[in-house]
Ligand binder design. Sequence first.
Ligand SMILES: NC(=O)c1ccc[n+]([C@@H]2O[C@H](COP(=O)([O-])OP(=O)(O)OC[C@H]3O[C@@H](n4cnc5c(N)ncnc54)[C@H](O)[C@@H]3O)[C@@H](O)[C@H]2O)c1
Length: 254
Amino acid sequence: MTKSPLEGRRAIVTGGAKSMGLHFARALANAGANVALGDVVEGDTVAADIHAETGRDCFYKHLDVSDEQSAEAFCAETAARFGGIDILVNNAAIFASARLGPFGDGTADEWNRMFAVNVTGSFLMAKYAVPIMSQGGFGRIINIGSGTAHKGMPNMVAYVSSKAALLGFTRSLARELGDKGITVNTLGLGLIESDSIRDDEVHMSFTDRVVASRSIHRSGQPDDPLGALLYLAGDASGFMTGQTLMVDGGSVNL
Ligand SMILES: NC(=O)c1ccc[n+]([C@@H]2O[C@H](COP(=O)([O-])OP(=O)(O)OC[C@H]3O[C@@H](n4cnc5c(N)ncnc54)[C@H](O)[C@@H]3O)[C@@H](O)[C@H]2O)c1
């Protein structure tokens, strides 16, 4: 029998209880990984579904990535249940629920909350996952980025700025962790019709304009980034770090 590519790997997906995070979690489990789902929304049912579908160990625990104690407890529980951590997907973000509108209407509280979840949250998860990854001498940190960080986007300035900050985080952390067997990359997405976006008329109204900006003129589907995710999570990407892999139908050319 052929071995599944991520057989025996232990993964965390933040924001993993719904939408893209759930697609990422399911893909990792289907590839053989045990998966811990952390989210501010409930996820026991989807974790049980993933376990039933794939036979992999999958659990949900409440996680607020912006809360240091919550991030630390989540990493500790994952290590206790799985015996280690190999893969961290920093997917949690304020995205679909973000206010869209002129930057001058924003508040410092809104800006700070955006950075607390999207940037500080990724830092805190890495802070507590990396010492555990280091013990195993293998790690894959995958930060979920956005094409908007490269192109700019009106009416989303706090979100776009937070995703741009993640690029610096990716590059700097890659430099620190390269000799520990831990890679750090950004998986950059163009507009994808995730479950959250499909339910959102405003985001869906951007679709025609976004599709026209692409080399491949169709809308992005939740399955589209999964191959790139599995590549970044697996052994084959071991000599690639600090990079951004864009899955956006050929809109941003880095
Ligand atoms: N769908 C797209 O078009 C698109 C494009 C570019 C980038 N992205 C990125 O992909 C990721 C997933 O996006 P999505 O479309 O599923 O949208 P989404 O807004 O539904 O996903 C965010 C997830 O993070 C969780 N979350 C929010 N705050 C949290 C916190 N404090 N702690 C833990 N979890 C928290 C949410 O409950 C949700 O599961 C995000 O990082 C987003 O920025 C999405």
